[in-house]
Design a protein around this ligand. Structure first.
Ligand SMILES: [Zn+2]
Ligand SMILES: [Zn+2]
Length: 147
């Protein structure tokens, strides 16, 4: 349902009263083209190829605004660097704490996880995402390096 195009993101950004600059559009483009679960740093490196003067802070602020607008959502809570979800479809994740790889998990049963009744009274849930953290196939084997 959500069409994730540069144009769509630009419109939402502008409608929220925020200023759309060429640098910010470049961030939107990096998100739409890259997909996956990028870090701010990855987006920054991508955008810097076209805008060498862009600051890391500008990328941070743009990503924060995009979280506000629900264009992206933070994922990978078991990792130290913030990552952003670019896929609007509901899904879950495995997160490798060694190589930091985040892999999408699509499973209907995980979508049916329920909040305990006692919590339900005081908390209104609008969504949930399951994150399994551990080691991926490449990192699991003994002797694998820790990065
Ligand atoms: Zn791994
Ligand atoms: Zn994902």
């Amino acid at each position: 349902m959500v069409e994730r195009s540069v144009r769509n993101i630009t419109d939402r950004f502008r409608q929220s009263g925020r200023k759309v600059t060429p640098q910010r559009v470049a961030v939107f483009e990096a998100l739409c083209e890259g997909g996956g679960h990028p870090t701010v740093d990855q987006i920054y490196r991508e955008v810097r190829q076209r805008f060498p003067m862009i600051s890391l802070n500008t990328v941070y602020q743009t990503m924060e605004a995009l979280v506000d607008l629900k264009v992206v959502s933070p994922v990978g809570h078991s990792l130290e660097a913030a990552r952003y979800e670019t896929d609007p479809a509901p899904h879950h994740h495995t997160v490798c704490i060694a190589c930091k790889r985040i892999t999408d998990v699509f499973d209907a049963a995980l979508g049916r996880v329920k909040l305990p009744r006692a919590v339900k009274d005081r908390f209104q849930v609008v969504g949930h995402r399951v994150e399994f953290y551990g080691y991926c196939a490449d990192c699991r084997s003994p002797g694998a390096t820790n990065r």
